[in-house]
Design a binder for this molecule. Structure first.
Ligand code: FE
Ligand code: FE
Ligand code: ZN
Length: 278
């Protein structure tokens, strides 16, 4: 069965997110581990987590994707920026052990003028510091649009990071459809070729989740502005081919489109409908 959901607010806790997912017929979801602007994470409510685990099992929800704050930069130029990234990731991964078997997605970072090579090394160094052999969470590198000095703007940069991580069994990739499109990969016109390229460079077995977004901008724009499904330059038909592609259809799909719950419910219904007609 198609695994699809959307980004949800975590402000009311895990059980509330399971309820929201159920309401919109989602069977997975994504959430920020803390306020995206950074700062302290709230204390974990163990009762909420326990209730969530039971409810998620009943509803068939999961795996789910935790998203690190997008301000986190493991390859910043300043020591204190990199330290914040390390502390945040280590703390998030420790909390993730309460909901084992799920994903922790992060933006590799921005090298801020240090160069991609230096950025890649700093990101790998950070991962080599925070990953633990016994952890049960898979950490995902998100494919980036390549705006500014973002690292992860092509498949080669992701491969470079993975190659330098010692515990790379705990690593995977999350493909963001808006980001790869903005990065110049034509998933609308040449999906098979893009996936062949991904397989050649990174390996499809590394692909663990998809961020399902349309893009406000044309192919290769390097902008990263998400659009609702069918309201952007990728288009609903192309995104339908992504979701139904045999190499991808088993993955969890997370919508990050500019929507409230009713809009997400409509998009989820659209993608579920593709499978019912077959
Ligand atoms: Fe992201
Ligand atoms: Fe994304
Ligand atoms: Zn984005």
């Amino acid at each position: 069965m198609l695994k699809i959901g959307c980004h949800l607010s975590s402000s009311k806790g895990f059980l509330a997110m399971a309820g929201m997912a159920e309401e919109i017929h989602g069977n997975t979801f994504q959430f920020f581990t803390r306020n995206p602007r950074g700062a302290k994470a709230k204390a974990v409510d163990i009762l909420d987590v326990k209730a969530f685990l039971a409810r998620a099992k009943e509803l068939g929800i999961g795996p789910i994707v935790a998203h690190a704050p997008y301000t986190l930069n493991a390859c910043g130029a300043e020591t204190r920026v990199r330290e914040f990234a390390l502390e945040t990731m280590a703390d998030d991964l420790e909390r993730m052990e309460l909901i084992p078997g799920n994903y922790y997605n992060f933006h590799p970072g921005s090298h801020v003028g240090q160069g991609a090579e230096k950025g890649i090394q700093l990101i790998a160094d950070a991962l080599n510091t925070v990953l633990k052999p016994e952890q049960r969470t898979t950490v995902l590198l998100e494919t980036m649009a390549g705006k500014g000095s973002e690292v992860g703007r092509n498949f080669e940069e992701l491969r470079e990071i993975l190659d330098r991580v010692e515990l790379s069994d705990h690593m995977g990739v999350c493909l963001d459809t808006c980001h790869v499109w903005d990065g110049g990969y034509d998933i609308a016109g040449h999906l098979d070729e893009v996936l062949t390229e991904f397989d050649r460079v990174v390996g499809l077995k590394r692909l663990k989740a998809v961020h399902l977004n349309d893009s406000q901008n044309p192919l290769g724009a390097r902008k990263d502005r998400h659009a609702r499904i069918g309201e952007g330059c990728i288009g609903a038909d192309a995104l339908a081919r992504v979701v139904t592609h045999p190499a991808l259809s088993h993955l969890p799909f997370e919508l990050e489109t500019p929507n409230e719950l009713p809009g997400y419910a409509r998009e989820i219904a659209f993608f579920r409908g593709l499978f019912r007609e077959e």
